[in-house]
Design a protein around this ligand. Structure first.
Ligand code: C5P
Length: 398
């Protein structure tokens, strides 16, 4: 909830500005006060009247209007907010921010504010990928500016690729995370999730039944406690949560690389169902029946154990390393042995034997194995299991 939060929303000049009107409504639904600021270009896409009516606030547009009226100076306007949101953040606005321009109301507010700034970039894919924009992005991130999106997809200009503004629920989640004073604020937590796909040839692969539901719920719960979450996911059947950094991978080896690249982290939770083996003789071209009735034979190689690798990495190891164990019998004994074998701090064990309905289902019944022993938790929704686990992680990192 965003009750009593005041958000200064700068609407830049891009076609995605129409979504910013909905953003105003959704933020207000959460209890926030939204004060809109329109750039000159923004006014070409949405009218001040629409923004003002939806926000139930005066809309600010002109630097000199503010100064002349002395009603509320730009310094005061920029500081009265709890968070400054720029949506859409155009290539031009990002460039101005990165270089410290202050030649209109929006850029001056961004220079004068003492609050956090969250940008939702939106632009043509070429403009997004242009080295100048990527340089500006790196500068802004270095300055502590928070970034949500852009998403990949079809764009109004007819091209396809990254550059679409993040969807409104994702921006609302990022706003909540930015304003959250949760116990994990300032912490970085890495979560792996979903199955991996190990190719046999370019069109076939070996996979498993993991839906990614528990890992996704956990990433959302950690985000809700204020953590910055890096979510490394295989091809899951549930979408990743909003407001986390999503890194998509297919194979175990790609997952291992993505995990290393996402470090350092304060905690790492390995909820992914990683394939133990990959096909070593995967074919470069689609395998064909050769008419002789002979069957192809697959050779397997062992995949890297990502959890064990991180748990035993020595310097740079996250303070808390948590593994999952999906077992079908003698859950506690197997999971306790696994904790020792992998070198992790905790194991979250569950019984995935077919009768339980846990794999791919909405509920989970876990046993948490720590140094102190085993704790059996009641059968709970995956969301509640995630919330309790996130709270325990927060306690451990406190
Ligand atoms: O050995 P097992 O697959 O049962 O261990 C499960 C735990 O190890 C999970 O946390 C899983 O994410 C992790 N794991 C991994 N890399 C592998 C295999 C498992 O990170 N190659």
């Amino acid at each position: 909830m965003l009750a009593d939060k005041r958000i200064l929303l700068i609407i830049g000049g891009g076609i995605a500005a129409f979504k910013s009107l909905d953003l105003i409504r959704r933020l207000r639904e959460q209890g926030a006060t939204v004060v809109p600021v329109l750039t000159k270009a923004g006014e070409e896409f949405v009218t001040p009247l629409s923004a003002s009516a939806l926000a139930a606030q005066k809309v600010y547009r002109d630097l000199f209007d503010l100064t002349d009226e002395a009603e509320m100076g730009h310094i005061e306007l920029s500081r009265a907010a709890d968070l400054v949101v720029v949506a859409p953040a155009t290539a031009d606005l990002m460039a101005k921010m990165a270089h410290g321009h202050a030649n209109d109301l929006a850029s001056t507010l961004l220079m004068a504010t003492d609050k956090r700034v969250l940008i939702a970039p939106a632009m043509n894919v070429r403009m997004w990928e242009h080295p100048a924009t990527q340089r500006n992005l790196a500068t802004l991130q270095g300055d502590g500016v928070l970034v949500v999106g852009p998403d990949e997809g079809a764009m109004a200009c007819g091209e396809f690729g990254p550059g679409r503004m993040a969807e409104v629920p994702e921006i609302v989640a990022a706003v909540s995370a930015a304003l959250s004073d949760g116990p994990l604020k300032g912490r970085h937590v890495l979560v792996t999730s979903g199955p991996t796909h190990e190719p046999i040839d370019p069109v076939r692969y070996i996979a498993n039944r993991s839906s990614g539901a528990q890992g996704t719920a956990l990433a959302a719960a950690l985000r809700d406690l204020g953590a910055k979450v890096s979510f490394v996911t295989g091809p899951a059947s549930v979408p990743p949560p909003a407001g986390v950094a999503v890194i998509r991978v297919e194979t175990a080896r790609e997952m291992a690389g993505a995990v290393k690249a996402a470090l350092p982290a304060d905690a790492a939770v390995f909820a992914a169902a990683v394939a133990d083996w990959r096909v070593e003789n995967a074919a470069a071209q689609k395998m064909k029946k050769d008419g002789t009735g002979r069957l192809p034979s697959l050779e397997f190689a062992e995949n890297p154990d990502i959890l064990a690798g991180i748990a035993r990495m020595g310097e740079g190891r996250p303070r808390l390393v948590v593994g999952f164990a999906a077992e079908t019998e003698r859950v506690e004994a197997h999971a306790t042995a696994k904790r020792a074998r992998k070198g992790c701090d905790w194991i979250v064990a569950n019984d995935v034997s077919p009768g339980t309905g846990i794999m791919g289902g909405a509920e989970n019944a876990v046993t948490l194995i720590t140094e102190a022993g085993a704790e059996a938790w009641p059968r709970l929704s995956k969301a509640e299991t995630a919330r309790r686990l996130a709270l325990r992680i927060a306690e451990a990192l406190a």
